[in-house]
Design a protein around this ligand. Structure first.
Ligand SMILES: [Zn+2]
Length: 77
């Protein structure tokens, strides 16, 4: 019974393959794609750094970093 329930939950979870085309990242997606990772609920390092610094997040991988975003990432490392 419980394993059946887990199976349904897994099926309902977002996967990259059910992402609407309109949401897809211009980079084409992949393991390190921030759009893909957000969609499936994976941890996105730069999002955490920017949020902690009160900075805007990038919309997709092809967005250029703002100077202040670059700084925040540098400071973190
Ligand atoms: Zn991407």
């Amino acid at each position: 019974m419980i394993s059946h329930y887990n199976k349904i939950i897994t099926m309902m979870k977002n996967t990259v393959s059910n992402m609407p085309t309109s949401m897809m990242c211009p980079c084409g997606g992949g393991q390190s794609c921030i759009v893909d990772r957000r969609f499936v609920g994976d941890y996105v390092h730069e999002d955490e750094v920017f949020t902690n610094n009160g900075l805007p997040l990038r919309k997709n991988c092809f967005n250029k970093f703002y100077k202040c975003q670059e700084k925040a990432l540098e400071n973190f490392m």
